[in-house]
Ligand binder design. Structure first.
Ligand code: GLN
Length: 506
């Protein structure tokens, strides 16, 4: 591994703009890294054939004196849920194998316009359903900390790519935790923006009232830089907010001074049972809170009595919306078609959907169709929506007393591949602390809080803020990050053993 793959996006961007390194060199270094480790990690479903050409173009424009954005020339990995014109977009499903989109997702278009260099498309659980990438139709991604373990999901590919130094930046999507939980288990940073803060145009829909696109990075500042590129109003997305967002990179820089911690009120949820959490996860969480307290933050116990019903409500709302969103994969409009000689249109649709969808997708389509059916709608979907409102009220009450809420980002560290795949309920419980933010539409960030004492694997701390207050998360996240990285004597990822000493190839 060269130093170029080791740099944060911000540091790499500085070298690029100073002319110390070219985008072609930076891109080549990452392509070499992918070639060296991705057979083991399997973060990528597709590596771009165009990356070096794009990089060369940025170098030319820089040489010509063009006014390039702050991240111009920096490589970017893109979750396969986001459609791209120059690479296939499958959302981790066989039903979309080889599918080429006629347009770019808005976040992809904005990244290209900002001069970022798309490196490839990252692996994910099929249609973003899962917490381990084991539901990908193309085989799982492995955790760079321990290749026998999961990298989280659904965006395990984006998190692993960043953790394995295959890309400095990645895009993810978070419907119930798919940016934050992979960040937790890989020692990376992930942000789920306020609902509507980042365009979902061209993000293959899972559950439209929950989906958000966001950054996956190694530092809080890098996330802010990428968020500044992809965020803001998009007329193509009717749920996109017309809001005047501040610079999130500026918020991260300001936060790094630590001033924000003085007098900051950090809410801790009384009802979150300690029992569901691995001891090392709880320890790391408490240690992070103590570090904040030592810098003047105040830890305040708050009540969010409906938080724990989030998972139950989510697994009615999500399948209901997913069953509707996935109806368009009907063998006529997109992707796979399995011919049935002499069969009816219905036969072709049924055979295609049977062959093209995996087990988890089928499970959720059946669940969702059932929950929405006449006679059950009120009992299931209607009740779940009421719980959603109660969770929103819990958040509103809490944020009248505290500035941010803190939780562990997930209950356990990375588990072994195969450990939970046959037990959907256990898999669903991974998102107990991340799901409420999606139900309420509020922003959340996960940053590394340390390594769990019992297994030496990364743990993340999550902060939640009121809607529109994403900048607060960047300030608080950067403040804690700089405290912790100082106390560790360097970034956590330098210690990922599966990648060898100092993150080098094994
Ligand atoms: N793990 C959750 C699920 O399976 C979250 C997925 C997501 O955020 N896309 O639905």
């Amino acid at each position: 591994m060269t130093d170029l793959t080791k740099l944060s996006a911000a540091a790499l961007a500085d070298k690029l703009s100073a002319g110390e390194v070219s985008s072609v060199e930076a891109t080549q270094a990452h392509l070499d890294r992918i070639a060296a480790v991705d057979a083991d990690v399997h973060a990528f479903l597709h590596v771009s054939e165009h990356a070096l050409d794009v990089a060369a173009d940025i170098d030319r424009r820089r040489a010509a004196g063009d006014d390039l954005g702050p991240l111009a020339g920096v490589p970017l990995a893109i979750k396969d849920v986001l459609v791209t014109t120059d690479m296939p977009s499958t959302s981790g499903s066989k039903i979309l194998e080889g599918y080429m989109s006629p347009y770019d997702a808005t976040v992809v278009a904005r990244s290209r316009a900002a001069g970022l260099v798309p490196l490839g498309k990252t692996n994910m659980d099929e249609f973003a359903m899962g917490s381990s990438t084991e539901h990908s139709a193309y085989g799982p991604t492995r955790n760079p900390w321990d290749l026998s373990r999961i990298p989280g999901g659904s965006g395990g590919g984006s998190a692993a790519a960043v953790a394995a130094f295959e890309a400095p930046l990645a895009l993810g999507s978070d419907t119930g935790g798919s940016i934050r939980q992979p960040a937790h288990v890989t020692g990376t940073v992930g942000i789920k923006p306020t609902y509507g803060g980042v365009s979902r145009y061209g993000a293959i829909a899972l559950a439209s009232s929950l989906d958000q696109v966001g950054p996956v990075t190694r530092t809080v500042l890098d996330a802010g830089l990428l968020h500044d590129v992809i965020g803001g109003h998009d007329p193509h997305d009717s749920t996109s907010l017309a809001h005047d967002w501040p610079s999130f990179a500026a918020a991260a820089r300001e936060g790094a001074t630590g001033e924000v911690l003085k007098g900051l009120k950090v809410g801790v949820i009384r009802e979150l049972p300690d029992s569901g959490f691995q001891a090392g996860v709880s320890e790391s969480f408490r240690a992070a809170l103590a570090a904040m307290e030592s810098q003047g933050a105040e830890i305040v116990e708050i009540s969010a009595p409906h938080f724990e019903y989030g998972v139950a409500a989510y697994y009615l709302i999500l399948p209901a919306e997913a069953s509707s969103n996935l109806a368009k994969f009907d063998s006529v409009r997109f992707g796979l078609r399995v011919d049935v000689p002499g069969g009816t249109v219905e036969d072709v649709m049924a055979k295609t959907r049977d062959a093209g969808f995996g087990e988890e997708v089928k499970r959720r389509i059946i669940l969702g169709t059932y929950a929405l059916s006449a006679g059950y709608y009120d009992a299931y979907y209607g009740s779940a929506q009421k719980v959603r409102t109660l969770i929103q009220q819990d958040f509103a009450d809490a944020f009248s007393k505290v500035d941010v809420i803190a939780t562990p980002s997930a209950p356990t560290t990375a588990f072994k591949l195969g450990e939970k795949i046959d037990d959907p309920l256990q898999m669903y419980l991974n998102d107990v602390t991340t799901i409420p933010a999606n139900l309420a539409g509020v922003p959340g960030i996960s940053i590394p809080s340390g390594l769990a004492s019992e297994d030496g694997l990364p743990v993340g701390i999550q902060f939640l803020a009121p809607a529109h207050e994403d900048a607060r998360l960047y300030r608080v996240g950067a403040a804690l990050e700089s405290l912790l990285v100082d106390s560790w004597g360097g970034p956590l990822l330098d210690r990922a053993p599966a990648l060898g000493a100092n993150g080098g190839a094994r």
